[in-house]
Design a binder for this molecule. Structure first.
Ligand code: CAA
Length: 259
């Protein structure tokens, strides 16, 4: 698949999407968002891909939505741009595969928001995070007002969003915005190792775990527990449940078929 602003490669069971507009610090214009949309469709459709990594080329993960494209938008166009970004990020968030953000550098505005639509965030020690939109006269537009408080709590999210303050990877770890901070040169190796560990588990179980967690975070606990009971039951209709448990009993390596 050929793209202008991103690259998409497969390494075994892993799909790697790299934002590749380094001269603009990988800023998200609508063309890049549409390319991501197509790449996410392709990742979703590819049954061999069991985990996905999103990263950026150069010194930025993503330095935000493209300010030069947004500058002259009117109300309707601004809303449409926000709807496009949110549609693409929700597609990523709802994809039935684990998504890991390998945050190599600046993750600002739409970049921080892209990382938050991923399931797991691993940051390079060089990464920097923030929602600087209020300094540009706008609100976060690709989910920042919704996902940041869910991740780091309301007070911390409000402080970051109201001030536009940029924080380093250490602070992002302290407030729970990222799972781990690693040395820059180790970032991709660590993230690929994590992706491969996840890809070695039963894929349908991982997918159902993701759905149960995502749904459960948005509803009351009784509804969430009822949903967990549903997906737990569904697992027993899969070949991989039989294989996982039989391999355990027979003390042999398991071989999952994603079925
Ligand atoms: N949009 C468009 N272009 C951008 C950009 C963005 N978000 N971020 C960086 N660039 C461009 C710069 O204009 C510059 O282009 P030129 O070389 O043509 O001048 C190039 O990328 C390199 O940037 P800098 O020279 O500024 O690099 P730096 O190392 O000095 O600074 C930075 C890096 C601190 C990240 C700085 O570029 C910056 O502050 N960028 C903007 C960050 C920002 O405000 N992001 C939020 C955008 S709004 C948003 O995302 C809304 C939403 O929620 C959807």
């Amino acid at each position: 698949m050929e793209f202008k602003n991103i690259t998409f490669v497969k390494e075994g069971k892993i799909g790697i999407v790299t934002l590749n507009r380094p001269k603009a610090l990988n800023a998200l214009n609508s063309e890049t968002l549409r390319e991501l949309d197509s790449a996410f469709d392709a990742l979703h459709a590819d049954k061999e891909i069991l985990a996905v990594i999103i990263t950026g080329e150069g010194k930025a993960f993503v330095a935000g939505a493209d300010i030069s494209e947004m500058k002259d938008l009117n109300t309707i166009e601004g809303r449409e741009f926000g709807i496009l970004g949110n549609k693409v990020f929700r597609k990523l968030e709802n994809m039935g595969k684990p998504i890991i953000a390998a945050i190599n550098g600046f993750a600002l505005g739409g970049g921080c928001e892209l990382s938050m639509a991923c399931d797991i965030r691993i940051a390079s020690a060089k990464a920097k995070f923030g929602q600087p939109e209020s300094g540009l006269g706008i609100t976060p537009g690709f989910g920042g007002t919704q996902r940041l408080p869910r991740l780091v709590g309301e007070g911390m999210a409000k402080e970051l969003i109201f001030t536009g303050k940029i924080v380093d990877a250490k602070e992002a770890l302290r407030i729970g915005l990222v799972n781990r901070v690693v040395e820059p040169e180790q970032l991709m190796d660590e993230v690929k190792a994590l992706a491969n560990t996840i890809a070695a588990q039963a894929p349908i179980a991982v997918k159902l775990c993701k759905t149960a967690i995502n749904r459960g975070m948005q509803c009351d606990i009784d509804t969430g527990i009822a949903y967990e009971a549903e997906v737990f039951g569904q697992c027993f209709s899969t070949d991989d449940q039989k294989e996982g448990m039989t391999a355990f009993i027979e003390k042999r390596d398991k071989s999952f078929k994603n079925s």
